[in-house]
Design a protein around this ligand. Sequence first.
Ligand code: KIV
Length: 292
Amino acid sequence: MSTTSTLSKKSAVSDPEQVSENYAKKKIMTVPAFRARKAGAPLVCLTAYTAHVAHLVDEQADMILVGDSLGMVIHGMPNTLGVTMEHMIMHGQAVMRGAQKALVVVDMPFGSFEESPEVAFRNASRIIKETGCTAVKLEGGREMAATISYLSTRGIPVMAHIGLMPQQMNTAGGFKAVRGQDQFDAVIEDAKAVEAAGAFSVVVEGVAVHLANKITKAIEIPTIGIGASAECDGQILVFEDMIGLFPRVPTFVKRYGNMEDMMRDAITRYADEVRDRSFPADEHTYKAKESD
Ligand code: KIV
């Protein structure tokens, strides 16, 4: 563990003194400010699941998502369906300790919001209370409009998620991008419904370029694309995908680094040096103090 961590206890968003100072200086991205970026400078969004990654991402991002993809990229699950409220809250708390100015949004896991608006409110308010994040994200279009309205009129900002919805993988028969023109109208109706219900923004996942363009033009809230082209108002990627730390590379992912190779190399060199006793070297050892 490095002793020179750049994580400052004083600068975490959850520090009340720092929060009001940052708001006063208009440094923290708020929901209205995020929404006002519709058709403006593209919104930069990334996922983060740990405090230090959140601290690094925060330097560039307008929004940090604690997404339920953490089930796959951190916990080794085959999909997102096994993710629990406890997972989301624990990683949400870690991210809030690292984030300073970005808007932090936490995903509602499968099974925590679909049953009724009341159940969704109970779980969303727990996420907000226990993590200190600003907003929640939930998957669903028209079928979730009543829930989005219930939450957003009761103090919980909601980011919606339409198009390819990973939590629907069993009914859809897998992770299926929306490419058939016969599907386009339904997704545009979803976008309009979540906007009318009060969502402040919407993630649009896995849709054809033409559809992303139509959705972005059809609504007044920012569209955040993942596998949805540069036609959206902003972009999001899963951090582990983007830095090359996850073996799956879907078409829409651009790898900006190859962390897996760097890590394998570091682990191999460490193992070699332990085996040949060249680590620890003299400079890594404590010397006995002179006795008094
Ligand atoms: O969980 C997640 O990472 C997400 C992104 C794919 C937007 O929902």
